[in-house]
Design a binder for this molecule. Structure first.
Ligand code: DQA
Length: 148
């Protein structure tokens, strides 16, 4: 199956961006690890990062045309603001898992609310790069039990 990984704004800076909050692993390293794990399970994984809301929305819309089965998304700051991204994910009706590197609930109040979580299949927060790894594992397990 096809799996799409989406990264929102400023995640291109991972590795150097507030490393005490987000760690020192780069986005390229995260993507490579996810692609390897998906490939080992026989699935195709594509990754896309953008700082632009419209580009993420366009990528979500394209995913439906491509037959993407699952989306793993760290919406970054758009988590807290983007009704448009929420509507795109709801519109394509592709199941998705929302992940965050940091524990958003231990941070500023404006990070406590997600406009996506209630329509996500699941949410993983606060485990650094493991948030992505565990999110992908959950997707792989679901694909294994329902390969359609
Ligand atoms: C984040 C948390 C968001 O609040 C923040 O805006 C980010 C990254 C995380 O992965 O911890 O950019 O999604």
């Amino acid at each position: 199956a096809k799996i799409l990984v989406l990264h929102g704004p400023n995640l291109n800076l991972l590795g150097t961006r507030e490393p005490e909050v987000y760690g020192r692993t780069t986005l390229a390293e995260i993507d490579a690890g996810l692609a390897a794990a998906a490939g080992a399970a026989g699935h195709a994984l594509a990754c896309f990062q953008s700082n632009a809301e419209h580009a993420l929305i366009d990528r979500v819309q394209a995913a439906r045309e491509e037959g993407v089965a699952w989306i793993l998304i760290n919406p970054a700051a758009f988590t807290h603001t983007s009704i448009a991204l929420r509507d795109a994910l709801a519109g394509v009706a592709i199941p998705f898992i929302e992940v965050h590197l940091s524990n958003v609930h231990a941070r500023e109040a404006f990070r406590h609310r997600s406009v996506l979580s209630d329509i996500a299949a699941g949410v993983i927060v606060g485990l650094g790069v493991d948030s992505y790894r565990l999110g992908l594992q959950a997707i792989l397990a679901r694909l294994a039990s329902d390969p359609s």
